[in-house]
Design a binder for this molecule. Sequence first.
Ligand SMILES: NC(=O)c1ccc[n+]([C@@H]2O[C@H](COP(=O)([O-])OP(=O)(O)OC[C@H]3O[C@@H](n4cnc5c(N)ncnc54)[C@H](OP(=O)(O)O)[C@@H]3O)[C@@H](O)[C@H]2O)c1
Length: 512
Amino acid sequence: MNEAGAAIAASVARRARTADPCSFVIFGASGDLTQRLLIPALYNLAVDGLLPDAFCIIGVARTPRSHEGFRADLEKGLRAFAKRDIDDAVAAKLFACVCYFQGEAEDPKTYERLRQELERLEQARGTKGNRLFYLATPPVAFAPISIRLAQSGLARESNGAWRRIIIEKPFGTDLASARTLNHQLLEVLDEHQIYRIDHYLGKETVQNILVLRFANGLFEPIWNRDHIDHVQITVTEALTVEHRGKFYDSTGALRDMVPNHLFQLLSLVAMEPPARFEANAVRAGKAELLDATQVENEAEALRNGVRAQYTAGSIANRAVSDYRKAQDVRPDSTTETYVALKLMIDNWRWAGVPFYLRTGKALRAQNTEVAIKFKQAPFAMFRATPIDRLAQNFLILGIQPDECISLQFNAKVPGPTITLSGVGMTFKYEDYFQVAPSTGYETLIYDCMIGDAILFQRADGIEAGWSVVQPFIDAWRHAGAQGLATYPAGSEGPKEADELLARDGRRWRPIG
Ligand SMILES: NC(=O)c1ccc[n+]([C@@H]2O[C@H](COP(=O)([O-])OP(=O)(O)OC[C@H]3O[C@@H](n4cnc5c(N)ncnc54)[C@H](OP(=O)(O)O)[C@@H]3O)[C@@H](O)[C@H]2O)c1
């Protein structure tokens, strides 16, 4: 780690202000998300001195249990899932402000009792009436809980106290359901109270895409169709569907990954510079970009989309069986575990520049990166080196597992003749900054507690994303098993995905 980098990071951390006093109410508090990610994230915020003293956590769920039993489970989860050493004093202080509240989400009496509990705790802890409601329930409960919170007055803002609601993903399963959910929420809440979360935006390297583009004079002048040949966005996993067959088989790779994670990367890489680094300006820019990324109809979706399922293979010397044989997966399932899309953006900056996106499970390696391919030099001056031996100029924004920015270019091989070779220049986060292990939720929870919505999605952005994928959803539903490709587990993906790029005279970068 670089000493200057460490000093800068420490000084930035010191300057961050403590979040506002508030009550943190988690619906679905007995679930996996709370135990594995939310509580460890709150603990990390506490360690970093970012949680206010005037704070309490109320866990709401339907199953009856005691405060002590709930705290003990959360603490067990923290010790199992925390990626940092646990400071017992900080953990004890955090769990001292946790309580459990049993209630049916659909029952109005739940909210009346919750009001009494909240008012009691607000008095006792001095939280100034600020309330953050985190909906960590299955998506079917997002609208009913929000509506009850609003109708009961628990989410009404008054006397300077804020009331905010974090909605987990998935936000809808297609364009129509996302529109319905937005409509239901916006009927009872103001847009500024709704924080639609996508934990991808909690990753430092994802946020850094904006900084790289807009805080450096170097890149923006070449960030357009004149200099960029195409862009590849890759989010691959080596994991199979594992025990999540029930959820995954009704969802698939497209819905699970594309309108949220891949489109976050796409919009950050391709959006126009916002006038201000402020929530509405940034979110408008992202929504506008997705608006310009339209797929005309199902025929175009079939031409520019590949979907595939993994078959038996091996990953890191471990035998993997067919997706269709996985637990809770239908034996005749046509759910895709891999998608590759070619998208065009209809604006002046990107006219004619394809964006290729791919994501899938059970692939050779885990890899999340954005690779920007620059055009070749216009004239082949170095005739001794055939053009196909020249390195391609890629700028790679690595997100997982390597957090880095890397530039690939040609250099002269030392010696008496002019011979070229591809070389790389790489900036690795860990070499510069000491990055404390995190869950990815810390920044997002903290931002919500200080009222900064930049990293959350707005209604228009969510709907713009779904409207891009809707033609693919429709086309593939109508096609059924026809056109569904396969790939062996542990491979780079289906050959049809290679053909998608080969058609344009291009090829994917190797995964990982
Ligand atoms: N786990 C993750 O890594 C992860 C990552 C990203 C997003 N998410 C999203 O986060 C949410 C929670 O995920 P999870 O993995 O924690 O799920 P989970 O383990 O199944 O827990 C769900 C929680 O919601 C409660 N619940 C179930 N049905 C309910 C209903 N109809 N009304 C109200 N409460 C209900 C359950 O407790 P009771 O039965 O006691 O009420 C439980 O506490 C989901 O929307 C998921 O998509 C999860």
